[in-house]
Write a protein that binds this ligand. Structure first.
Ligand code: ATP
Length: 372
């Protein structure tokens, strides 16, 4: 590995991968901006690891070109690319202590005085006091940080992370997400992170590519993907979407649709479906955007809000919020998350309610797509 200071975006141009007649990754054009924390997010088998491995050079693309900056690296073997990979398994050398594991890349390149660089790297990952420990004496999170330090000491232009937190328990995962984000901000190089965990991608990444069936369905920053999903897959993969089947009543500017006997407004710019009066559309709203009023208090709901009626089916208090499942003529099961509710004002199963929300939080999707 040679030190690289030129940088540049990672650019995939028409990259695809087929195994016999099976296409794991369909031709993909993707630019990963230099210095960004980029997540490839999707369910098992969607092609995210294959995409990562093509960037690393561990997999030859069937078609297309991989650029690092202006340089075509498609035919370069992995060790000649300014790229390092951290795997879920860490792959630390068990007989070497932490210091020697981190020093390995430097020693292999014939660099004799390694102490300063290794010490700096161990400080970066906050393991300065563990230099003489063997991997088996460390926790999973600490081992993971050694693996990151060992990769970063080669000064790669891009660090690839393949489900690096997959082996950790939930609490440690959450800590390591913040830790990796901090490290990336500090070193400033491009991180490409593969995960199936939407919360992980949303917490860490500046940009997320949501993959499904070997294709990128949507690319964007986490908030935009969450608030403006363009497909039912993205809407459902990134949280609960409360999709309601509706019929278009009025078009032009904002959209008016009928659902469950009532009318709902959808901002025109938030509807990705082609619409005509009488056509079908799927209308969605995130659970935390919805408020609940007891049916007796419906008169107090402000004008102009979208509203549907329903009956509480389930109510669960989960500490930070109360989560309701509501049966409604507008959609079999609608989910509502309400925060800061006093114990005695929680609604109980069977209660007749009105769900209401600001129309600005409503999105519209093509009803011809499958609802996952
Ligand atoms: P996971 O999170 O389970 O690793 P993934 O999204 O990373 O899933 P890939 O590992 O990229 O998915 O695999 C994509 C598809 O390609 C899968 O259906 C997988 O079975 C298939 N595949 C991967 N490697 C090979 C191979 N060497 N030969 C045949 N099929 C393969």
């Amino acid at each position: 590995m040679t030190e690289n200071t030129t940088g540049g975006d990672v650019r995939l141009a028409g990259i695809s991968k087929s195994y016999g007649s099976f296409t794991a990754v369909h031709p993909l054009d993707l630019t990963i901006p230099q210095g960004s924390f980029f997540a490839l997010l999707g369910a098992s088998g969607c092609g995210k690891t294959t995409t990562l491995r093509m960037i690393a050079g561990l997999e030859d693309p069937t078609t297309g070109t991989v650029f690092l900056g202006d340089r075509d690296v498609t035919d370069l073997p992995p060790y000649k690319r300014p790229v390092n990979t951290v795997f879920q398994s860490y792959a630390l050398f068990p007989h070497m202590d932490v210091f020697e594991n981190v020093a390995f890349g430097l020693r292999r390149r014939g660099i004799a005085s390694v102490k300063k660089q290794v010490d700096e790297m161990l400080e970066l990952v906050q393991l300065g006091d563990k230099a003489r420990h063997k991997p088996h004496q460390l926790s999973g999170g600490q081992q993971q940080r050694v693996a990151v330090a060992r990769a970063l000491i080669n000064h790669p232009q891009v660090l690839l992370l393949d489900e690096p937190l997959g082996a950790l328990d939930l609490k440690l995962r959450r800590q390591m997400q913040l830790e990796l984000k901090r490290i990336q901000t500090e070193v400033g190089i491009t991180f490409v992170h593969v995960t199936h965990d939407q919360e992980e991608a949303m917490t860490m990444a500046d940009q997320v590519a949501v993959m499904n069936g070997g294709r990128v369905e949507q690319l964007g920053d986490p908030a935009d993907l969450y608030e403006n999903p363009q497909t039912t897959f993205v809407a459902n993969f990134l949280g609960t979407s409360n999709l309601i089947e509706a019929e278009v009543a009025e078009t032009g500017g904002d959209l008016l649709v009928t659902a469950g006997g009532g009318k709902l407004k959808v901002p025109g710019e938030r509807c990705t479906a082609a619409v005509r009066v009488g056509g079908k559309v799927l209308v969605g709203v995130r659970p935390e955007k919805i408020s609940l009023a007891h049916a007796d208090d419906a008169g107090e709901i402000a004008d102009g809000r979208n509203r549907v009626t329903g009956r509480i089916a389930e109510s669960s208090f989960i500490g930070v919020s109360t989560q309701y499942v509501v049966n409604s003529p507008a959609g079999a099961e609608l989910h509502v998350y309400e925060q800061n509710i006093e114990r005695d004002t929680r609604l109980v199963p069977g209660a007749e309610v009105v769900l209401h929300w600001n129309p600005a939080h409503t999105f519209g999707l093509d009803a011809a797509q499958d609802i996952d």
